[in-house]
Design a protein around this ligand. Structure first.
Ligand SMILES: NC(=O)c1ccc[n+]([C@@H]2O[C@H](COP(=O)([O-])OP(=O)(O)OC[C@H]3O[C@@H](n4cnc5c(N)ncnc54)[C@H](OP(=O)(O)O)[C@@H]3O)[C@@H](O)[C@H]2O)c1
Length: 333
């Protein structure tokens, strides 16, 4: 039995601009077996959400639709079957189809809901999946590859901070690439040993020296554009670049000569596909272990929380200043 039939939600009417996204009344669909209804607490805003709004993301939904890929809340109803045990539980949730998390309620697949440990707040729980799981998955790829060091671009991001902390715990060196001097200072104050500004005139020379010295043969790149080619050019032969974001909005530049004469490998990483390859048991273990580290290595700093009604101000604030903490949406203020 659904306790409500309508809700307030941000509704994207057209891809291209968040201006075409009023907060309005939305009808809730009937629950199917295996689905639960979540009363949303908080929802995150990530670069993937911005890419979705502009129609540039790997997932396109039939519009109008409620955006928002992840959040947290309390399960208030279920559609039958085993999902009954989730009723009353606080969960982290994600949406890849149907209406998303920027609303008062969300219908979700029970299988994709992660019950929150008592020690995890709903604020932290709203950013449990996208960045922490990606950081863990990519860091594990790095560890398995026997690389001397890891290079990461957009290193002042929330995810960059997680990777840096995972590496620090394991005593592994990371070369952090940012795009502003303030970010260099911030990361150094946080204890990062190697931080380079990609806009500095001697950037490539410094990166090549460090990459050779530390044998940094793997990079994770969230920027793309010219930076991807700069990475390959500065890294030792037989290096791998994992492209997992396109923050520059530009195609990855790559000269065939560099690929050939360095036998470099460029590959993509997308959490959605990576999750599909994991067994139910390993996903459960991952969800549990990520939560254990949510107050430490995998902590998301929250800069500001906006009520759902102010979603446009929230998106503008986040887009203007992405470094220095996440902006969350309070779905039921
Ligand atoms: N493939 C996957 O499965 C997956 C999963 C999760 C996240 N991601 C990606 O991971 C990246 C980081 O996400 P996040 O949530 O951690 O980000 P975030 O905390 O919102 O921070 C974004 C960072 O990127 C920097 N940035 C923005 N545009 C840039 C550009 N053109 N060149 C260089 N740096 C730029 C920002 O610096 P300023 O402050 O200077 O703007 C900021 O430090 C994003 O690209 C996201 O899409 C991918």
């Amino acid at each position: 039995m659904i306790p409500v039939t309508t809700m307030q939600g941000a509704r994207l009417l057209r891809y291209g601009t968040p201006a075409d996204m009023p907060v309005q009344e939305v009808e809730l669909p009937a629950l199917q077996p295996g689905q639960v209804l979540i009363r949303m607490a908080y929802a995150s805003i990530n670069p993937s959400d911005l890419a979705f709004l502009s129609g540039q993301y790997g997932i396109k939904k039939k519009l109008p639709a409620v955006p928002g890929f992840e959040g947290s809340g309390t399960v208030v109803a279920y559609g039958g079957g085993w999902s009954r045990f989730l009723v009353g539980r606080r969960v982290a949730c994600a949406s890849s189809s149907g209406d998303g998390t920027w609303a008062q309620y969300m219908v979700a697949d029970a299988k994709g809901c992660i019950p929150l440990r008592r020690s995890v707040s709903l604020e932290q729980g709203s950013s449990l999946i996208v960045n922490p799981m990606t950081a863990v998955a990519m860091y594990n790829i790095f560890e398995k590859g026997r690389h001397g060091a890891l290079i990461q671009t957009a290193a002042a991001s929330a995810l960059g901070g997680m990777i840096r902390k995972l590496a620090a715990v394991n005593g592994r060196p990371v070369i952090n690439i940012v795009r502003r001097d303030e970010q260099v200072n911030t990361l150094e104050e946080q204890g990062a040993q190697y931080v380079l500004n990609s806009t500095a005139p001697d950037f490539e020379r410094k990166l090549a020296v460090l990459a050779r010295k530390l044998q940094a043969t793997m990079a994770v790149d969230a920027v793309g554009g010219a930076l991807t080619q700069q990475l390959v050019g500065c890294m030792p032969a037989f290096s791998t670049v994992l492209v997992y974001g396109g923050l520059s909005g530009e195609a990855c530049a790559l000269s065939p000569g560099l690929l050939i004469f360095k036998e470099a490998q460029i590959r993509g990483f997308w959490l959605s596909l990576w999750l599909q390859k994991q067994s139910a048991l390993s996903l459960m273990r991952l969800g549990w272990s990520v939560q254990k580290h949510l107050a430490g290595e995998l902590k998301t700093e929250v800069r500001r929380i906006y009520p759902l009604a102010e979603i446009h101000a929230a998106i503008e604030d986040y887009s203007r200043q992405m470094s220095g903490g996440k902006v969350l949406i309070n779905c039921n203020p």
